[in-house]
Design a protein around this ligand. Structure first.
Ligand SMILES: NC(=O)c1ccc[n+]([C@@H]2O[C@H](COP(=O)([O-])OP(=O)(O)OC[C@H]3O[C@@H](n4cnc5c(N)ncnc54)[C@H](OP(=O)(O)O)[C@@H]3O)[C@@H](O)[C@H]2O)c1
Length: 325
């Protein structure tokens, strides 16, 4: 009887380990070997239009450069006109074949008039096939909810939630009318693991994930593939990380991986190391453990950010003192 129990427990353990090993192997093969669908499977071909929000910097700029590099016309959308025209110039010089247009809108403060103007520009484009809901804003650095200023909270909700809804309600009907299209929603690790000291950003990205997955179900029968992209750390102005590592790619390599792996699922971690981290978190971390670890990480990031600010303030005061002498 005792032996039977031991054998049964052993069999359950072996089955569990076997299943996890298979899941890990699938994660690795899926991340590094199995390709996604080509963009043309979604009607995103040379001469069609893609609309990229937050296109003047970071991931959005890379999406724009790489799409234009494949001959796809791009409407670059962001709030800073001069940064947008620099990106437009860079794309035009590198990829003469693709048309590039820019549209300035500040999603933090946009109202009906601004969205109407955006809709008018989008309505003038012929054969719109892709939308990259990339724009996002974050707390300047980790801070407790009660200490955050009201305007930053409002901006995060406006940019990370309201803008995604309003832009999609303008662009998606065109994709549906064309019966083929692609929407990428750029999410975050903070939308998977509730992140203390980034509470509003984290909640906004979690909103994005749920909305994206639900929208994917609604638009699939209409020929539009909606995919939520799990971005973990990427080198950019927002992350304030300058040096790439195995887990923190450059925006260029991250976007390359997204465009290579698109279409495999509605909720993906297309950068290989992010896929492995995603698997690790979901397999080995309980939600409560992950929340605690994330909170600890942000307390630490906050301490370092405050120290950096102090150093910068001291350096600025010292250089102001020198000038006076
Ligand atoms: N970098 C990461 O580690 C990371 C990790 C996870 C998720 N993500 C997500 O990836 C997306 C892109 O992030 P990123 O790192 O590339 O950020 P980034 O380098 O800071 O670029 C943000 C872009 O959004 C635009 N933008 C910001 N606020 C805007 C507003 N109110 N109205 C219009 N445009 C605005 C910026 O335009 P301006 O030039 O006008 O400022 C810029 O083009 C975001 O959704 C972010 O949450 C990033």
């Amino acid at each position: 009887m005792e032996n039977t129990v031991i054998y049964a427990l052993g069999a359950v353990g072996a089955l569990y380990l076997g299943t996890q090993a298979l899941k890990f192997a699938y994660t690795v093969v899926n991340a590094y070997v199995i390709p996604g669908k080509p963009l043309k499977a979604f009607g995103v071909t040379r001469g069609s239009w893609a609309i990229v929000t937050g296109a003047s910097d970071g991931l959005g700029k890379e999406f724009s450069l790489q799409l234009a590099g494949s001959g796809v016309n791009v409407l670059l959308v962001a709030r800073n006109a001069s940064k947008l025209s620099t990106v437009e110039k860079e794309i035009t010089e590198k990829n003469g074949a693709a048309n590039v247009r820019t549209h300035v809108i500040d999603f933090a403060n946009a109202g009906d008039a601004e969205y109407d103007a955006f809709a008018k520009v989008v309505g003038q484009l012929d054969n719109v096939r892709m939308l990259v809901n990339n724009v996002g804003t974050n707390h300047e650095f980790p801070v407790e909810f009660l200490d955050e200023n009201g305007k930053t909270i409002e901006d995060i909700v406006n940019v990370n939630i309201n803008a995604q809804m309003r832009v999609t309600r303008i662009v998606a009907p065109l994709l549906v009318a064309n019966k083929k299209g692609l929407i990428l929603n750029i999410g975050s690790l903070a939308g998977i693991v509730p992140s203390g000291l980034l509470s509003v950003y984290s909640a906004s990205k979690s909103f994005l994930r749920f909305w994206s997955d639900a929208l994917a179900m609604e638009l699939k029968p209409k020929g539009v593939h909606v995919e939520h992209i799990r971005a973990f750390f990427v080198v950019s102005a927002m992350s304030k990380i300058r040096k790439p590592t195995w887990t923190t790619p450059t925006a260029k390599n991250f976007v390359k991986a997204v465009l290579k792996n698109v279409g495999k699922s509605i909720d993906s971690a297309p950068y290989p190391s992010h896929a492995i981290l995603s698997w690790f978190i979901e397999t080995f971390m309980s939600e409560s453990f992950a929340i605690k670890e994330s909170n600890k990480m942000h307390i630490d990031i906050r301490k370092r950010a405050l120290k950096k600010k102090e150093r910068e303030a001291a350096a600025a005061a010292a250089s102001a003192g020198k000038k006076e002498l």
